[in-house]
Design a protein around this ligand. Structure first.
Ligand SMILES: [Zn+2]
Length: 548
């Protein structure tokens, strides 16, 4: 896995085949570079998981050869794992001013802000991390300061696009720097590692400017309170809502922590300059309903978000009701349909009017649709293409488009190592990959014992039996059983299972009852047997054995 002689290779530890958890590695002449370090969410597939990320074990073992971590932009799936994983990597971090401002807040929350050296690089700036000569190219996306990364190496040039689109009017920051992209293509690009999110969407992703116009017209026509929920990192959208509200004679209050954080990071970097400070949730009741707009977190139906609580009328400060409107200025991330539906149901039940991207132009994607992908391929003309950042069908659709554009494509799974030079590129090896789950304040492997047990407990429950034996192997007293989430304490079934368990224990051979090594497993089987007949389930079973 560590080439004896010089070469250039690419290895995604996360970010291919599923959305989120980006962690890309490049190797040049034995030195490694990491690009992005993000989180993903458990969703419907992993209900036992809230937040997870790529296991960095492979690169952590080689961190003496890791020259740095470059962040392309401040979205959670690109930056969200830095505060979790940096202690494993311990390398310098490079980011634009806005991404650095967001990152510093995250590092501050875990007490790492003074340990991690975050180098601020201007959009379009250069980074010299030998043997890599690195350069940012400004791209438009749905967050300020998204950057593509150019890696110049002795084996050729790579364009790592990050997330991007070709928005002629992104409203915050300049459009994608097509002149720089064209110049790069002119010089020759060996390989392009590129965003696949919307590779199945024909046409163009649309412009943020169209959303601004549409929101402005919509909000002008509304009466009562107007609340808008969007991705909190979409600073241009925040600005659009504020301007639309101003045109409609409404003041804007921000409700929800992540929006407040993003607002602070954006203003720290000089964005939202023309707007007065947003009001807070305490100010909401001082303003007449027709003069109020609220920017609120919770566009994905997150149950603890401000919008979910407002929908249930359990928010301490903000209420919506008959005649008010909520605009969902966001898309439904697959897996969140149900949670969003629940919040919308609760709102509608209260008489709130709902607008979404299904019925109004209130959102555009931040990722390139097929026309934009084709345009980038025409500009860059890479010899090789590696689709990333998508599920398998997106990668596959992207690869087909890349082939039509004349590139040779590599469809990679997380952990595949493709050697890009010298010689003809090929997949040469694979690195171990895994997922780590953020469980409270610690990280545990998704496939490890703790999370396996959690999954079983979630669906089948857990049963713990406590038994005491004396030194001669005699059962003392009556065993106790607790089965939270499965049996009530006063359920008569508990009593019946306990009786059968006691009988099975008493029936064990005397030699086994004296054997400290073998008795716990025998007791566990006995408890399983006693349960199995009653519940017809296979819960997680554990035994506390006391020898008295
Ligand atoms: Zn992004």
């Amino acid at each position: 896995m560590d080439a004896a002689s010089g070469d250039l290779a690419f290895l995604p530890l996360g970010g291919t085949g599923e959305i989120g958890m980006n962690l890309n590695l490049y190797r040049c002449d034995g030195q490694w570079l990491a690009v992005d370090c993000g989180i993903g969410f458990g969703g419907a597939e992993h209900p036992e998981v809230d937040v997870m990320m790529a296991d960095p074990g492979f690169i952590a073992e080689r961190r003496d050869k890791l020259v740095g971590l470059v962040i392309t932009h401040a979205h959670e799936d690109h930056i969200g794992a830095v505060a979790w994983l940096w202690p494993e990597l311990r390398c310098p971090v490079y980011a634009t001013p806005f991404a650095a401002a967001v990152l510093r807040r995250k590092l501050g929350e875990v007490g790492l802000v003074n340990q991690v050296k975050v180098h601020v690089v201007a959009p379009g700036g250069t980074i010299d991390l030998k043997p890599f000569a690195l350069r940012f190219i400004r791209m438009s996306h749905s967050i300020p300061e998204a950057q593509a990364l150019v890696l110049e190496t002795p084996y050729g040039t790579i364009l790592h696009t990050g997330d991007w689109k070709l928005d002629p009017q992104p409203l915050i920051g300049p459009p994608s720097d097509e002149a720089a992209l064209a110049a790069l293509g002119e010089k020759g690009v060996l390989a392009m590692v590129c965003d696949s999110t919307n590779a199945m969407v024909e046409g163009h992703s649309g412009s943020e400017a169209e959303v601004r116009q549409s929101l402005s017209a919509l909000i002008r026509g509304l009466k009562g309170r107007v609340a808008v929920t969007c991705f909190s990192s979409n600073v241009a959208r925040m600005e659009s809502v504020a301007l639309a509200a101003r045109d409609a004679g409404r003041s804007v209050a921000i409700v929800g922590r992540s929006l407040r954080n993003m607002d602070a990071a954006a203003r720290e970097c000089g964005y939202l300059k023309g707007l007065p400070p947003f009001l807070g949730e305490d100010d909401v009741d001082d303003i007449a309903d027709d003069n109020l707009a609220i920017l609120v977190t919770g566009s994905q139906g997150e149950p603890r978000s401000a919008l979910a609580r407002i929908a249930l009328d359990t928010h301490p400060r903000v209420a919506l009701g008959e005649g008010d409107t909520v605009i969902f200025s966001s898309r439904m991330i697959p897996g969140n349909e149900r949670a969003i539906g629940t919040v919308q149901d609760n709102l509608v039940r209260r008489g709130v009017n709902i607008m979404t991207d299904a019925d109004h132009l209130v959102h555009v994607s931040g990722h390139p649709a097929r026309d934009e992908l084709r345009r980038l391929y025409r500009l860059i003309r890479p010899r090789f293409s590696v689709p990333v950042h998508g599920e398998w069908r997106h990668l596959s659709a992207h690869a087909e488009l890349a082939r039509q554009a004349g590139a040779t494509t590599f469809l990679m799974e997380d952990g595949d190592i493709v050697r890009l030079g010298p010689g003809r590129p090929e997949i040469i090896d694979s690195a171990p990959v895994g997922r780590l789950v953020a469980d409270g304040a610690r990280l545990v492997p998704l496939k490890g014992e703790v999370m396996n047990a959690r999954r079983r407990m979630l669906f089948n429950g857990v049963v713990i039996g406590s038994v005491a034996f004396d030194g001669g192997g005699r059962l003392l007293g009556r065993p106790r059983i607790s089965a939270p989430g499965l049996l009530d304490v006063d359920d008569p079934e508990t009593d019946r299972v306990t009786t059968e368990f006691a009988q099975l224990l008493a029936d064990l051979p005397a030699s086994l009852r004296r054997d400290d090594a073998a008795l716990p497993e025998a007791a566990r089987s006995a408890l399983r047997k006693a349960l199995g007949r009653r519940l017809q389930k296979r819960p997680l079973v554990d035994i506390h054995l006391l020898r008295i």
